[in-house]
Design a protein around this ligand. Structure first.
Ligand code: GDP
Length: 294
């Protein structure tokens, strides 16, 4: 989802000498394959969007896959970039690198100030390792590797698998299928009270291209919209866009995860970047994309 959005954004801006690889074409977990690719293709600028990502259920049930896959992808790409003289690399982290009880909104300097949320700790530790790799290569080798921390993302290309997806695509699918079947109610996991912030993936891509050109510090930088809402409010908004008018049933046996997760975006704001797509518009476009695949 993120890689495709960055490619769309670069093409729109007129960049021509672009290269990308699907997981079938290049297995980023194989060190020798990644080194051979970098040695052959010699990319100058690298957007590191590749990662194993997933929602609360996927993270809690496959912690080994989340830590192993992400560590392998990061070490292979970052080290190969260094060996092959990449001019600049942008590493995508995640808002779950911040502590479980982080003061809100979460500022960049709160990284590693307290312990992490347990439902996605292995994933978060892998992402923190990626940040520390970028910073270490910058300080030891003088490279220009930047780390950006996006909030929860959604949009075309999202994962709609009900077990492994994040909440927003999961609810689009649940409401759509309930509408078609004529169901009276839809199950929403947890209490509905946790708050989350959602960024449309094309806005994220725009911010990544902006920062690749404008940001060159080792300090991490947040990318978000600066506003959050409860899972209940999100569910009501999605139900309206999809046209489902039944009830919401909250399943308290499912985990809530962290209760608050709002990024402080003043650092990005000060550079002059702001998200453009409203939540309703973003959900509408994502639902259209989902319908196009049915
Ligand atoms: P998180 O942001 O890492 O916690 O990941 P998710 O996007 O998976 O979950 C966010 C919140 O939405 C959690 O409180 C979930 O319990 C809640 N949620 C409600 N319904 C669903 C659902 O159908 N799927 C998912 N993944 N989360 C849901």
């Amino acid at each position: 989802m993120v890689g495709s959005a960055i490619m769309r954004r670069l093409r729109e801006s007129g960049y021509k000498d672009l290269m990308s690889r699907t997981p079938q074409e290049l297995d980023l977990m194989r060190q020798s394959d990644v080194e051979a690719f970098f040695g052959r293709e010699r990319p100058e600028y690298v957007f590191m969007a590749a990662a194993k990502v997933g929602g609360i259920w996927a993270n809690s049930s496959s912690p080994a896959d989340f830590i192993y896959d992400n560590l392998m992808i990061e070490t292979n790409i970052i080290h190969s970039s260094h060996l092959n003289g990449v001019k600049k690399l942008l590493f995508l982290g995640s808002s779950c690198i911040y502590p479980k009880h982080c003061p809100q909104p979460m500022r960049e300097e709160y990284l590693l100030s307290d312990y992490l949320e347990s439902t996605n700790e292995p994933y978060a530790v892998a992402k923190i390792a990626g940040i520390k790799m970028c910073q270490s290569y910058n300080s030891q080798y003088g490279t220009d590797y930047i780390s950006v921390m996006p909030t929860n993302l959604y949009g075309p290309g999202d994962n709609f698998d009900l077990k492994t997806s994040h909440v927003l695509p999961a609810l689009i699918r649940k409401f759509h299928e309930a509408k078609i079947r004529g169901d009276q109610s839809v199950e929403v996991w947890g209490s509905g009270t946790p708050r989350r912030e959602f960024l449309y993936v094309d806005d994220l891509a725009d911010a990544c291209v902006f920062l690749m050109k404008r940001y060159d510090r080792s300090d991490i930088i947040n990318i978000g919209v600066g506003k959050d809402l409860t899972i209940r409010a999100l569910a009501e908004t999605i139900a309206k866009v999809v046209g489902f008018d039944g009830d919401l049933r909250f399943d308290a046996t499912k985990p809530d995860g962290t209760l608050l997760k709002l990024l402080d975006v003043s650092r990005l704001d000060a550079l002059g970047w702001r998200a453009r797509t409203s939540l309703v518009e973003g959900i509408r476009r994502t639902y259209e994309w989902y319908l196009g695949r049915q």
